[in-house]
Design a protein around this ligand. Structure first.
Ligand code: NAD
Ligand code: MG
Length: 382
């Protein structure tokens, strides 16, 4: 029996992970589950799975969680420090499924204990970049990519050596707005209605702006260091091919599968073996056609901005990520138009001298905070 801690257990990736655990009760024991503020769901999951610890990030909800878990054997804690302590507890695998840079502290806490981290929380890696990859190296931790594209690439890289790679191609569905004419009029409900994937609100908006692919480009740059010029993006609306690796001999390996996060999650949970999942077999004749297009960076400049930020390095990726988080939250709250999101991010990136490159987790958090202030000010003056 292996033990697992799930950070962000009440979210979409958290639910997919718990679904696999539920189907395999002999295989897994839950060490800790965490959530932001949803006490009811967290308590229910902690009871169902017999978690040893449940942590609510929102400190003001401690008493509520304590009450909800009264009479159970689940230990209860609250607050940001408790979140990091939960991540640091011994477990065979830590699923990092918090959304946003808010997940960075806990991810780093697990890495600093040398844990195996299944990383869904792309914003953490985008913001911390080399600070995180250096910590992984230093502490002998392992990062297993959960993001479907990166998981696909990781699988395709079993077929050759990284120094034999010619190109890596990230596929993008293009999101729900690829063919929508007027991006000014897009509502949050429209932006969240992803054609192929069922995901949390923030990543769904990111898919609609293409910032998701931009963040994934930076994520790939850190996970698979082949050089930015070897990283490509192609729009593939069916989301059947999850990404591809081309080797120097002209062979391209691809990973195909249903648009269900339980597939890449299962690949991380069982790595290097394979586990059973409830997926139907891929029916290519039923799908009929796979199509591919170049990304339209005029209408969706996010991938261009992300590539620039990755090329610039230093504090630019953390700045881009933080500005995007603020812009997405403002859009979801009805405060800005959809089309303002990339404009705001670009304005924050170009607002003046960026802070120096981060050397520590604290540096990253300072850069993140500064970019949030700039983005908020940007929004209020426009
Ligand atoms: P979600 O919004 O459904 O869930 C987020 C989880 O994080 C919840 O449990 C929530 O309680 C917790 N959380 C949110 N804010 C927090 C905070 N400030 N402090 C502590 N906990 C907090 O999100 P999701 O769609 O499951 O995505 C999670 C991460 O996985 C994101 O980084 C996303 O980009 C990535 N990802 C998701 C999918 C997907 O299919 N949903 C696919 C690939 C990658
Ligand atoms: Mg992805």
């Amino acid at each position: 029996m292996r033990s697992i801690t799930i950070l962000g257990a009440t979210g979409s990736v958290g639910a997919s992970t718990l679904d696999l655990v539920r189907r395999n009760p002999e295989g897994w024991r839950i060490e800790a589950l965490t959530a932001n503020s949803n006490v009811a769901d967290l308590a229910k999951l902690a009871r169902e799975f017999g978690a040893r610890l449940a942590v609510i990030a929102d400190e003001s909800r401690y008493a509520e969680l304590k009450e909800a878990l009264a009479g159970s054997n689940v230990e209860v804690a609250a607050g940001r420090t408790a979140l990091c302590e939960a991540a640091a507890r011994p477990a065979d695998i830590v699923m990092a499924a918090i959304v946003g840079c808010a997940g960075l502290g806990p991810v780093m806490a697990a890495i600093e204990r040398g844990r195996t981290v299944a990383l869904a929380n792309k914003e953490a890696l985008v913001s911390a970049g080399e600070v995180m990859t250096a910590a992984v190296e230093k502490h002998g931790a392992t990062l297993l990519p959960v993001d479907s594209e990166h998981n696909a690439i990781f699988q395709c890289l079993q077929g050759g050596r990284i120094d034999e790679v010619r190109t890596i191609t990230l596929t993008a569905s293009g999101g729900p707005l690829r063919l929508v004419e007027n991006l000014d009029a897009v509502t949050p409900a429209q932006a969240i209605a992803h054609p192929n994937w069922d995901m949390g609100a923030k990543i769904s908006v990111d898919s609609a702006t293409m910032f998701n692919k931009g963040l994934e480009l930076i994520e790939a740059h850190h996970l698979f260091p082949v050089g930015l010029d070897r990283l490509r993006i192609v729009v593939h609306p069916q989301s059947v091919i999850h990404s591809m690796v081309e080797y120097r001999d002209g062979s391209t390996l691809a990973q195909l599968g249903p648009s269900d996060m339980r597939v890449p999650i299962a690949s991380c949970l069982a790595f290097p073996a394979r586990m059973e999942t409830p997926m139907e077999s891929l029916d290519l004749a039923g799908i009929g056609e796979l199509s591919f297009f170049p990304p339209d960076e005029e209408r969706f400049p996010a991938t261009k901005l992300a590539r620039q930020a990755a090329e610039e390095g230093g504090s630019a990726p953390a700045t881009l990520n933080a500005a995007n988080e603020v812009a997405v939250a403002a859009f979801l709250a009805g405060k800005i138009k959809f089309s303002r999101i990339p404009i705001m991010v670009e304005a924050v990136l170009n607002a003046g001298n960026l802070p120096p490159a981060p050397k520590s987790l604290d540096d990253v958090l300072v850069i993140d905070e500064a970019a949030r202030r700039l983005a908020t000010a940007q929004m209020e003056t426009a």
